[in-house]
Design a protein around this ligand. Structure first.
Ligand code: NAD
Length: 330
């Protein structure tokens, strides 16, 4: 599979493992890259810029293929020293960065001056256009289905992806709701040149999280996610567990709540503990609606091979359909 995304990123298949807080460690990123996709380390999962440098070195020892680093700029309990994380990324010789959350415009110049390809992840076409104007190389656009922060506009991928592909000149990567080769084929048919997956990669052998969490994703249906932080205008799609339930009760009670009241329930370190201990009800666990499509825990290599084969098959069926052939219901 060759297109602008595979060529610019130097990867075999246009499949990107997006940044995920507490999950984007070297084990997962290197496994995805070794399988021909693009693995991404999550910058802020590392407690300090120095720890990020070490994690980059650890990942490099596990793969000789390209991998990237995610830098997310969103409200945080403890604001991180972004400029120092940026310096760690640049000085470690990283060639690909995934920015997410708010506009990355303060850091674009330093990344570009150092020959870094920037994939900006955003949730609206207007932000994608502004990122393109500011000089990012690709946009990863997140539909309402996605895990983590889907934005406040509530546009699903079926509309968001083709609208983005119509108006952007740079490559569009479809994100949210994709977990199999059918979704990948659909994304390509809608004008995307690649796909980004998070939740699907959490349910792989190499994801550095407890098996209980992986099994919860396998068991979960497409109805098992919740939107929290809506009332704070920082919406997050998460696994529908006890914590999500409690947060929603507080948000929607008479008078609502302020962030400080729900902080002890949602703080990231508690989410990390839940991912590591396997106590799936004891912290916020990000998950997208794609959990309805997940029913096993393969290796990243098995997953990517299977998806590419299924995507090719679906595109073959679609071209048969276009030619009026017999495979129309394939
Ligand atoms: P944290 O402990 O700083 O905060 C926990 C959650 O509360 C996060 O979702 C955060 O956005 C939200 N939050 C914090 N302060 C808030 C406020 N004042 N108002 C409203 N919401 C608030 O989170 P963390 O786990 O240490 O992660 C750090 C940041 O990186 C978070 O913003 C997180 O969402 C983000 N992140 C997201 C992804 C992704 O895949 N979407 C990846 C990496 C990091």
């Amino acid at each position: 599979m060759k297109n602008r995304v595979t060529e610019q990123l130097g990867i075999a298949y246009p499949i990107i493992q997006g940044g995920m807080q507490w999950v984007g460690l070297a084990e997962l990123a290197s496994a995805v890259s070794n399988a021909g996709g693009l693995g991404i380390l999550t910058g802020l999962t590392q407690p300090t810029p120095e720890a990020l440098r070490e994690e980059i070195a650890r990942c490099r020892a596990m793969t000789d293929k390209p991998f990237g680093v995610n830098l997310t700029i969103l409200p945080t309990v403890k604001p991180p020293p972004y400029a120092d994380y940026v310096r760690a990324i640049v000085e470690s010789g990283i060639r690909i960065v995934e920015t997410a959350g708010n506009s990355p415009k303060d850091f674009i110049r330093v990344f570009k001056d150092n020959g870094i390809t920037i994939i900006h992840k955003c949730t609206t076409v207007r932000h994608a256009l502004s990122a393109e104007r500011n000089g990012v190389d690709m946009v990863s656009i997140d539909g309402l289905e996605c895990a983590g922060h889907p934005g406040e506009d509530d546009v699903g991928g079926l509309v968001l992806i083709p609208v983005a592909a119509r108006v952007l000149k740079i490559p569009v990567i479809a994100s949210g709701g994709i977990a199999d080769g059918r979704g990948m084929a659909a994304a390509l048919a809608m004008g995307a040149e690649g796909i980004n997956m998070g939740t699907r990669f959490c349910a792989t052998q190499e994801a550095p999280i407890h098996d209980n969490v992986k099994q919860a994703l396998v068991r979960g249906t497409e109805r098992d996610t919740s939107l929290i932080f809506r009332t704070l205008k920082n919406t997050a799609r998460v696994y529908r567990n006890q914590i999500a339930h409690q947060v929603r009760e507080m948000e929607y009670r008479d008078g609502g709540c302020v962030f400080d009241e729900i902080r002890p329930l949602v703080i990231g370190t508690r989410g990390r503990a839940a991912l590591q201990s396997g106590e799936v009800d004891n912290g916020v666990i990000s998950a997208g609606q794609s959990i309805g499509l997940i029913d096993d825990v393969p290796t990243c290599d098995e997953l990517i091979r299977r998806m590419v084969a299924e995507c090719r098959e679906q595109l073959r069926i679609a071209s048969g359909w276009a030619a009026g052939g017999p495979d129309v219901h394939g």
